[in-house]
Design a protein around this ligand. Structure first.
Ligand SMILES: [Zn+2]
Length: 158
């Protein structure tokens, strides 16, 4: 089953939700909400059936999101197919600059061979790549704004 992403976007902080309502507001199922309850989503104390405060649901989902988004450490890139940070295949990445200071690191997932991208600034390149081998790539640089000096030596004759 796909790991569907649940959103707290439609959850109102000041509302309370029973299991069914919480499921609806987050785009999940009552079973999932009960599972959340077991894994840390607190219900209103002493009330049964379960009632959740919107603010708790939002905080719970945010916590889960943060866990998922934890930054990849040095030398790691996030594979969107495997959904985990990985060390790129062969310990190699390419850096493709797309501006004077910014660029994209590109590596291959060792397990599924998907391309993993990571935005990085030149200044933080070392921190982002750790002990990986980085090959610098030059974006096809068309020298815009540096016209050749005019070599127009012949003049038009009438
Ligand atoms: Zn992968």
């Amino acid at each position: 089953m796909a790991n569907r992403r649940h959103s707290s976007r439609h959850v109102k902080r000041l509302r309370t939700y029973n299991v069914r309502e919480a499921a609806k507001a987050t785009g999940s199922t009552p079973g999932t909400v009960r599972h959340w309850h077991k894994s840390g989503l607190e219900g209103v104390a002493g009330v049964y059936p379960l009632i959740f405060r919107g603010v708790d649901i939002i905080a719970f989902l945010k916590r889960r999101d943060d866990d998922r988004k934890r930054p990849c450490g040095p030398g790691r890139m996030y594979c969107f197919r495997c959904k985990v940070p990985k060390r790129p295949a062969f310990g190699e990445v390419e850096f493709w600059p797309d501006g004077p200071k910014l660029g994209t690191l590109r590596g291959l997932c060792p397990d599924c061979a998907a391309t993993m991208n990571k935005r990085a600034s030149l200044a933080k390149l070392l921190a982002a790549t750790g002990d990986l081998t980085v090959s610098m790539r030059c974006a096809e640089s068309r020298l815009i704004g540096t016209p050749k000096p005019s070599s127009n030596s012949h003049s038009e004759r009438g």
